[in-house]
Design a protein around this ligand. Structure first.
Ligand code: FAD
Length: 300
């Protein structure tokens, strides 16, 4: 049986308390949210924090609001609660697509949105989705002089490498903000080896139009080594073009060309590159269909 190394444990009673504890205990302390990534890593001794700071009592971080065109997701929002929200299904069906294929109900009942992005696993489904949506991370901390601060970071600048983010040792991710546009359509498609498994490859797309012309587009890629989880060159190609199948296929080809998948137990790099292209085209088609040419503002 795998057992974590010895550690101390404290429950934070407020965001300020959590940040104060992080400051006091330094880089050897870690926040625990759902624990679905951190605890297995501790059991394998890949992580050996000396102090665990439990944020599960911070219910203010588990809320979901739609305000002034922005969907605000607390960092402690459980996957299951995001999936259960009809508002999210209407406003941003891509997030329901992604949540539906994350693991199983046991993981979704406990795992959190914030824990997912802070874990920064290259195969995390929400990373590609939030980057496609141009979401913004809200991070709180406390300076050396003891002054509390809040900073915002676009999700496209949030990840600094595999399992690494811009969140500093003594900082807490508190919220993710997703801009919502009434004319947009969005979708997330994933290939996994069996239901609920980590992605072999996945693509996220959000598209806006003027008539038949694509005015703006976000394309996220998961598990295929795309820089910042984004298919930037494919986005550039599509912007200003007609929303047509051949353009989506070409965007997929460009996305595949610019990603760098690795050979691993989930499949060879060539196969993943092929999937990146195909899934990009499919996500775009589905997003466009949802933006008024079929399934309108409805999750499926
Ligand atoms: C069997 C299994 C299958 C899975 N399959 C998938 C899958 O198919 N797709 C997928 O996307 N995910 C999958 N997951 C991961 C799942 O989504 C987890 O919920 C997620 O990775 C971590 O969320 P958590 O709340 O459990 O985070 P934790 O394990 O509690 O924390 C993870 C990391 O984030 C840090 N952290 C957590 N919250 C904050 C915060 N607010 N501020 C700063 N740092 C923070 C922690 O210190 C830790 O370093 C799977 C997990 C398991 C166990």
């Amino acid at each position: 049986m795998q057992v974590p190394a010895q550690f101390e444990y404290q429950r934070a009673t407020s965001v300020e308390h959590a940040i104060a504890l992080l400051n006091r205990h330094g880089p050897e302390s870690r926040v625990v949210a759902g624990g679905h990534s951190l605890i297995p890593m501790m059991k394998l001794r890949l992580a050996q924090p000396e102090m665990l700071i439990d944020i599960n009592d911070l219910t203010e971080l588990a809320e979901l609001h739609f305000q002034e065109g922005t969907l605000r997701l607390g960092a402690l929002l459980r996957h299951a609660d995001l999936l259960a929200s009809p508002e999210v299904g209407l406003l941003c069906p891509m997030l329901h697509d992604a949540e539906r294929v994350i693991a199983d109900p046991v993981v979704r009942n406990r795992g959190t949105v914030g824990g997912s992005v802070c874990q920064a696993d290259p195969s995390e489904d929400l990373s590609g989705a939030f980057c496609a949506l141009r979401a913004v991370a809200v991070i709180r901390g406390c300076s050396n002089a003891g002054e509390a601060y809040t900073r915002t970071v676009p999700m496209r600048e949030f990840f600094t490498g595999p399992y690494q983010t811009v969140v500093a040792d003594a900082e807490l991710l508190v919220e993710l903000q997703v801009p919502i546009f009434p004319d947009a359509g969005s979708a997330y498609v994933k290939v996994d080896r069996r239901s609920g498994d980590w992605a072999v490859a996945a693509a996220a797309a959000v598209v806006r139009f003027d008539g038949d012309t694509v005015t703006d587009v976000g394309i996220g890629l998961t598990a295929v080594g795309a820089r910042n989880f984004v298919a930037l060159e494919a986005e550039e190609y599509l912007r200003g073009r007609a929303a047509r199948a051949e353009h989506f296929a070409e965007a997929g080809r460009i996305a595949a060309e610019h990603c760098s998948p690795a050979d691993d137990q989930r499949g060879p790099a060539d196969y993943k590159r092929h999937l990146a292209g195909e899934l990009t085209a499919r996500a775009l088609e589905r997003a466009v269909a949802r933006a008024g040419r079929g399934v309108k503002w409805r999750s499926r």
